[in-house]
Ligand binder design. Sequence first.
Ligand code: MN
Length: 215
Amino acid sequence: MSNHYPFTLPPLPYAENALEPVIDARTMNIHHTKHHNAYVTNLNAALEPHADLHGLSLDELSRRIASLPDGLRNPVRNNGGGAWNHTMFWSLMAAPGTGGQPSDALAKAINAAFGSMDDFKKKFAAAGTGRFGSGWVWLCAMPNGSLAVCSTPNQDNPLMAGLGDCEGTPILCLDVWEHAYYLNYQNRRPDYITAWWGVVNWNEVSRRFDAAGKR
Ligand code: MN
């Protein structure tokens, strides 16, 4: 996978049916090969005339969103964000029963920030059900060492400046666009979120939490 222009669609880290019954194979196939792929393709098309930016990674494009040329900012915001967010999202899921548990350090941080694991899940789910229209929910390691839950619209992510309470290092994310769940759950976004906890890859969330603390 290329980490600069032209970007390529990274493969899923598991089979399309690996997350069943929580996320069905058809949803995964369309989500990855159509939606995620379109973000990558459209990002490359937007960047094509801007040779001076061809060395930038997806991380750098998001972090520099505010300083990009006027006509490029929104295409990168939507498609660069879409490319980055989905790659992170796939990495944070695993077949039911295989995602492990939060590390001791992460569990301690969750308890300190939210009171308990259940209270964290309630807050995260509420951010997802409360997101009007399309967007994402994030768990971020904040600069002061604590954890925070926030939500972004569309394909925005916490790397993009100017998001207020969302400017941390994301360690967990959830796609609450209808395309992520509609085939299986139709309009029942809360049911999708409840079931989704069963495929969270806590080993990877814990790894990202440790890495954020070393930045
Ligand atoms: Mn999506």
